[in-house]
Design a protein around this ligand. Structure first.
Ligand SMILES: CC(C)(COP(=O)(O)OP(=O)(O)OC[C@H]1O[C@@H](n2cnc3c(N)ncnc32)[C@H](O)[C@@H]1OP(=O)(O)O)[C@@H](O)C(=O)NCCC(=O)NCCS
Length: 212
């Protein structure tokens, strides 16, 4: 069936039963050459991602994994993970324990993300959008926006900032929702892919600054 802008999509919190579907969506969304190099669609990468999502669901503090489903056929269209304020560490499994990863590239990617969030946010409370992925056939149909709203509404209610490590594909959407690029990291040749580290200022809510 063709997916259109009027295809009904529904957001719900994910459970461990959704992990296989989330891994499928991951590979059906991160399809540009850089991400194919970083996360080759192999059994080992699948095992690493499956283990990571399971570990995060069990051991992160209050992780908010969300999925978007196509109401008409029950297919998973997208998923996200929001990290509530107060969590600095989340439980990624080490890719070094799995074969086939480009270890120096993965180190640069993950260390760059970790260090930038530490430097830019420190211990200021913020909602952190750690993962966002929409399967290619569902992109541009509003699934990503529904997932963005979940954390942004909570950030605004609490009057705190939001943070994201933006892919090039996601950056225009994040900017539309108020995120501002604060730093960036370009991967060495031949990748030449830039990650943008983005902060969304706090808005309404008890902790927000008054704008006169
Ligand atoms: C970034 C991403 C999650 C956006 O999700 P999405 O479900 O396509 O987002 P939406 O449909 O809510 O689109 C938001 C806006 O961007 C536009 N848009 C997004 N992707 C588009 C595409 N491929 N083609 C055309 N427009 C697109 C939409 O039209 C929409 O604008 P509107 O609100 O004015 O209608 C998705 O493109 C994706 O998974 N990309 C690959 C993985 C990735 O980079 N994830 C982000 C990691 S930080």
């Amino acid at each position: 069936m063709t997916v259109t802008k009027s295809t009904p999509l529904q957001v719900r919190l994910a459970t461990a039963k959704d992990i296989d579907g989330m891994v499928d969506v991951f590979f059906r969304s991160f399809t540009v050459p850089f991400f194919r190099t970083l996360f080759p669609p192999t059994p080992a990468t699948r095992e690493w991602l499956t283990g990571t999502f399971r570990e995060m669901m069990q051991h992160d503090r209050d992780p908010r994994f969300l999925v978007v489903e196509d109401v008409e056929n029950g297919r998973m269209a997208a998923f996200a993970k929001w990290v509530p304020p107060g969590t600095r560490h989340t439980h990624w499994l080490s890719f070094k324990d799995f074969p086939g990863f480009d270890v120096p590239l993965c180190d640069l990617f993950f260390d760059g993300m970790h260090q930038n969030r530490e430097e830019l946010m420190g211990d200021r409370p913020h909602w952190f959008l750690e993962l966002l992925a929409t399967a290619e056939d569902y992109q541009g149909k509003g699934a990503g926006s529904k997932l963005l709203r979940y954390g942004l509404d909570r950030a605004d209610e609490a009057g705190v900032e939001a943070y994201v490590d933006a892919s090039l594909e996601g950056l225009p959407i994040y900017q539309r929702y108020g995120w501002i690029v604060r730093n960036s990291l370009t991967m060495p040749a031949p990748h030449d892919y830039t990650l943008n580290f983005c902060v969304r200022p706090r808005r309404a809510g008890p902790g927000a600054e008054q704008i006169s």
